[in-house]
Design a binder for this molecule. Structure first.
Ligand code: SF4
Length: 379
């Protein structure tokens, strides 16, 4: 699929002047146009009104895999609750996970807190300035390190996220898989070459902003783009062919059975161990993966007794919940279960409790389990 045809004054470098000279001029013009456009058009987002490295770090972590509109409320609540590195480092991890609930990808929250503890212990509570030291913090990769160093500390460092990949591959007509060599390395090089000295933070944000608001994946607004006259993809009328798609990860289907076990007015909940592969440290209803040819009630009864010490009888299926997480599609059959006996103990979980269903809101829970918890209160 190609974009609607536009005329563009862009000409390939080989046509008139030596490539190096015309290319250097073109890059300088791209940088100038982007900075001017960003100064006039940038959205007034809360993390743009501060130079506090902690606030910028929190915003960058939240913005990974989450839309700006969703992040704003979380960001403001988070800073009220954990206003600085020391507050986050010393907080109860359950409170941290509860404040993150709904943003998904909970390893981001756990890593934020671990990194805050590291900053308190080894850097006196001040976020380190260099990319090399930032990269040592849990959860901070090359993009986040570059974004924090350039925005908070005015370092001349590039930062490449999905938006910037889209803008650069279109602007410079770069073919190949942007997640793999050689294009991945070329993009970092190019982003560094384009940086205006002393204004890297602004420039990185200008590229991100262009990708988020103008050079969007499916409907780029090329007619209003500040760098349209330099854009190779537009000149070729092949805008939607960039960036080339990486192979899609295979989605694995997982069928699970989940027990809502009631005893008097309470319900059985469990907390996943801190090193669990999924939803570590969060509260859940006990559940188990079920093979397609197995009897879910029998598997569930055996699993709950083995993991919690509580003997149950699985009754009617209450509801089904579908949940998509990274490359898994999880279908959960929820069963109403009766407790037959046995003392609740944390055998395979970090903690096991009989809990008032009306008070589950105080515990951090993954989205699928939160939906089930809400359905218990409504019924
Ligand atoms: Fe993106 Fe279109 Fe601007 Fe090129 S002209 S950078 S494709 S919005």
């Amino acid at each position: 699929m190609t974009s609607a045809r536009h005329t563009s004054p862009y000409t390939a470098p080989e046509e008139k002047n030596p490539p190096s000279s015309i290319e250097a001029k073109r890059r300088a013009a791209v940088t100038r146009s982007l900075l001017a456009w960003y100064a006039a058009q940038r959205r007034p987002l809360p993390w743009r009104a501060t130079r506090d490295p902690y606030c910028i770090w929190v915003s960058e972590v939240m913005l990974q895999q989450t839309q700006v509109a969703t992040v704003i409320g979380y960001y403001e609540r988070w800073l009220r609750r954990f206003p600085d590195v020391a507050a986050l480092a010393g907080a109860d991890t359950e409170d941290v996970l509860r404040a993150w609930e709904g943003l998904g990808y909970y390893s981001r929250a756990r890593n934020l807190q671990r990194a805050a503890q590291h900053v308190v212990e080894r850097h006196g509570g001040q976020l380190p300035v260099s990319v090399a030291e930032l990269l040592e913090l849990p959860g901070i990769g090359r993009y986040s390190a570059g974004a924090i160093a350039s925005i908070a500390f005015a370092a001349d460092e590039p930062a490449i996220d999905g938006n910037i990949v889209r803008v650069l591959t279109r602007l410079f007509g770069l073919r190949g898989d942007p997640k793999r060599a050689p294009l991945a390395a070329r993009l970092w090089e190019l982003a560094r070459e384009l940086l205006p000295k002393g204004r890297a933070g602004e420039f990185n944000q200008a590229l991100m902003e262009l990708g988020a608001t103008v050079c969007t994946p499916r409907a780029p607004a090329c007619a209003g783009c500040p760098v349209r006259e330099h854009c190779r993809a537009l000149a070729e009328d092949r805008v939607l062919e960039y960036p080339e798609a990486s192979p899609r990860p295979t989605i694995t289907h997982e069928q699970r059975a989940l027990a809502v076990v009631r005893r008097q007015r309470r319900v059985l909940v469990v907390r996943a161990p801190a090193d669990a592969a999924r939803w570590a440290g969060m509260w859940q209803f006990p559940d188990v993966r079920v093979a397609s040819d197995a009897d879910p009630s029998a598997v569930l009864e055996a699993s709950v007794e083995r993991a919690t010490g509580v003997r149950i009888s699985a009754g009617a299926r209450l509801l089904g919940v579908r949940h998509q997480v990274t490359r898994f599609r999880i279908d959960i059959d929820v069963f109403a279960c009766e407790a037959l006996g046995g003392r609740a103990r944390a055998i395979e979980y970090a903690e096991v409790r009989w809990h008032d269903p009306d008070a589950l809101g105080a515990l951090p829970m993954p989205a699928a389990h939160r939906r089930i918890a809400k359905s218990l209160v409504q019924t």
